[in-house]
Every structure is written in C-alpha cells, then in structure tokens.
Design a protein around this ligand. Structure first.
Ligand code: THU
Length: 145
C-alpha cells in the first residue's frame, strides 16, 4: 500500500533514513574483515528509489582494502547509475558514528556533491549531514574546467 501511495503522490524520498540504515547494517554479513574485524555496510539511495549496497573487503596487502562506501559507489557506477544519488547510509559496529574516510568522501564528491550522508553507529543511532559539510571546497569535475 505504501509503495502504491509513493507511486501516486511521487513521494520525494522513497525510503526513510531508518530503512536505508537497515540496508547498510544488513551488509555486515558480507563484509570480509579478517584483519580489522570491523564490518562496515553502505547503501546508496537514488531518486528513483534504487539502492546500491556495499561492504568492506579487506586484503592481506592492507592498503588494497576497499571500504563499504566505495564498493557501493563502484556498484552504482558500473551498473550505469552515475547521478541522482540522494543519500548514502554507512553503518559501523563502533561506539562512534561511522563517517566516511577521506578517500570515500572524495569518490562521493565526484558523482554526488550534494548527497546526504547518514552515519550510523553500532547501537543503530545515526546522524545526517550533507557531504559538503564533510568535504568543504571539494575538488571535482568542475574544478578541471
Ligand atoms: N571502513 C569502511 O569500510 N568505511 C569507513 O567509512 C571506515 C572504514 C573499513 C575499512 C576497513 O576494512 C575497516 O573499516 C577498518 O578500517
């Protein structure tokens, strides 16, 4: 019924922040974290209601590890979805909110400089800030013009 109402009234946000956070937490089961034992999940929501999820995937050569956010970003882009990202939820297991690392902020800025970033901590609480607050004066495609 809710889905039907969304279609009829064209609700701007097809999913609540809480629901997107849950999708990020659900990705912990796929995290490959034999070194840090710190699973992270991410979920990108698009304006047409699609969700691209990701988990962190570590590597014996530690520097080759990829964060959950970048896994989700690469999944979206490699499926042909480069724009219309409205929010990304990131879920860690720690006491602190799981804010994206510098590399992930930069990658997000490329495709979605105005995206809402939802950072969740282990107890399920979360905070929401625009990416511009996490990466002010970012360097992006426009900077090359
Ligand atoms: N990690 C993420 O996946 N996203 C973040 O925002 C912070 C860190 C991962 C990388 C590594 O697998 C583990 O968390 C510990 O740093």
């Amino acid at each position: 019924m809710r889905k039907l109402l969304q279609i009829i009234i064209k609700e701007e946000r097809p999913m609540t922040d809480q629901e997107l956070v849950k999708k990020a937490f659900d990705m912990h089961q796929f995290s490959y974290v034999p070194y840090s034992h710190f699973p992270v999940g991410a979920a990108i929501l698009t304006e047409d209601g699609r969700v691209f999820t990701g988990c962190n995937v570590e590597n014996a050569a530690y520097g080759s590890t990829i964060c959950a956010e970048r896994t989700a970003i690469l999944k979206a882009v490699s499926e042909g979805c480069r724009e219309g990202w409205t929010a990304i939820a990131i879920a860690g297991r720690g006491e602190d909110y799981c804010w994206p690392c510098g590399a992930c902020r930069q990658m997000l800025y490329e495709f979605a400089p105005e995206v809402r970033v939802i950072a969740a901590r282990g107890d399920g609480q979360f905070q929401v800030v625009p990416l511009a607050e996490l990466l002010p004066h970012g360097f992006g495609p426009k900077s090359l013009k």
